[in-house]
Design a protein around this ligand. Structure first.
Ligand code: UGA
Length: 443
């Protein structure tokens, strides 16, 4: 059992804190946001993440997890302090490190024993060195303060499962003894641990997210070519992904990638690249393809509806992916906003993301209590997030409630024929109506 302090009760900090408590440690999660700490103390979790609320409640009850606004209190017994604060995007796409710097400064002022400071925030290469420099300068010299990098690979929507059954744990350290502390901490997870130097560990995090994003943009580019040549991209990717060197994951063409991680991290890596005079051509193309995907689909809907002015469009899904209420950089929300800008009247539905959408979205989007109500009188419907709830719609009921007949499957969830059989026009991403194969002409 180790005493741990986690700075930041956002998505990464809270999941990490609750899971480390679950595997037997005593954890104090600290945040400067008093409102958030009050909510957590009352048993509330400030965002939706499957299994997290139960995990938090259980570990609070057995006394292994607590919350505080005071870092002095959080660090009182802690041998390990995790930095899990936000690193928002700066003006030029760079990662804004103000919260990391502030956390390092605060830690330095509260060092009362030898500690290990672990950076879990997603940060550019060299940030752990910066944290170490701040600590060296401001922490009392009689205590040994070591610094490690330990990036997270949690996916929104299955973060607890990802933490408990990781495919790998990456630990970046300057000293072997530091690595051993973290290897021991994570031992109950029985996972592959990869120990590197600190900079390599920081680079691994950005590279992983950039590669995932690039796979998605690649799939979307291929989808656009498939559209032009009359081939179904899902069949292509099914076969291509069967090659284990390529793999099937993240080759699903659709509206593009969103969320608080992939877009921001690709931009941050591109920024690092340019700052070191390396032109990030692939990263730029990944971002550009992603931006264009929304325009492309919006333009396509407009063409198929004969213009969007005054037309009612139902948008199913607002979250950036299923199983979350997170709408940050959500392609579904961006599409809804683009449709409104183009003159359409949009009625949206999402199983849980509507309250968050109302906080963030531009005006002009109406909301329906269930997917079918959203369809009433619509010229077109767009399935924009791949929630399970939208995978088995009653297509006959869909056709009956709509005024028009355009079914835009922007996540390629349906068999085109099943949609056509219900009397609807099917429009997927990279799934055109198949062209008949040209017959060989014998002269
Ligand atoms: C991503 C990474 O997958 C995690 O490994 C990482 O830890 C996390 O960022 C992070 O840095 O914190 P997440 O943001 O939860 O996780 O979302 P993903 O599951 O990666 O999906 C991102 C976007 O790509 C979503 O909008 C999703 O709909 C889209 N996507 C995904 C596709 O369009 N096609 C695909 O084939 C896969």
């Amino acid at each position: 059992m180790k005493n741990i302090c986690i700075i930041g009760t956002g998505y990464v900090g809270l999941v990490t804190g609750a899971c480390l408590a679950e595997i037997g440690n005593r954890v104090v999660c600290v945040d400067t946001d008093a409102q958030k700490i009050a909510t957590l103390r009352e048993g509330g979790v400030p965002f939706y993440e499957p299994d997290l609320a139960d995990l938090v409640a259980r570990n609070v009850t057995i006394g292994r997890l607590s919350f505080s606004t005071s870092l002095a209190q959080g660090m009182h017994d802690a041998a390990i302090v995790f930095i899990a604060v936000g690193t928002p995007r700066g003006e030029r796409g760079e990662s804004d490190l103000q919260h990391v710097r502030a956390a390092a400064g605060e830690i330095a002022r509260n060092v009362r024993r030898d500690i290990l400071v672990v950076n879990k925030s997603t940060v550019p290469v060299e940030t752990s060195d910066l944290v170490a420099a701040i600590l060296r300068e401001a922490a009392p010299s009689e205590h040994h303060v070591s610094v490690a990098s330990n990036p997270e690979f949690l996916r929104v929507g299955c973060a607890v499962a990802d933490f408990m059954r990781p495919e790998r744990i990456v630990i970046g350290v300057h000293e072997v003894s530091t690595a051993n502390i973290l290897i021991e901490l994570y031992a109950p997870l029985n996972a592959q641990v990869i120990v590197t130097d600190v900079r390599t560990s920081e680079m691994i995090k950005y590279t992983a997210n950039a590669f995932l994003a690039t796979k998605i943009s690649f799939a979307n580019e291929i989808a656009n070519i498939c559209d032009a040549v009359g081939v179904d991209v899902t069949e292509v990717m099914h076969a291509v992904g069967a090659d284990t060197r390529i793999g099937r994951a993240f080759l699903q063409a659709g509206l593009g990638f969103g969320g608080s991680c992939l877009p921001k991290d690709v931009q941050a890596l591109a920024h690092i690249s340019r700052a070191h005079s390396v032109t990030p051509r692939m990263l730029e193309a990944t971002l550009e393809t992603n931006r264009r995907q929304i325009d492309r689909i919006c333009e396509r809907i407009s063409v198929l509806c004969g213009g969007l002015k005054g037309k009612k469009v139902a948008v199913l899904g607002l979250a950036f992916k299923p199983d979350t209420d997170d709408v940050r950089e959500s392609p579904a929300l961006a599409l809804a906003a683009r449709l409104v800008q183009s003159g359409a009247s949009v009625t949206a539905h999402d199983p849980i993301a509507v309250p968050n959408t109302q906080k963030h979205s531009p005006p002009g989007i109406g909301y329906a209590p269930d997917p079918y109500t959203a369809l009433d009188g619509a010229e077109a419907v767009v399935v924009a997030t791949d929630w399970n709830e939208y995978k088995h719609l009653d297509l006959t009921a869909v056709a009956a409630r709509m005024k028009g007949d355009l079914f835009v499957d922007a996540r390629n969830l349906y068999s085109p024929q099943s949609v056509r059989d219900a009397g609807l026009r099917y429009e997927g991403v990279g799934r055109p109506a198949k062209r008949p194969t040209a017959k060989r002409v014998t002269v």
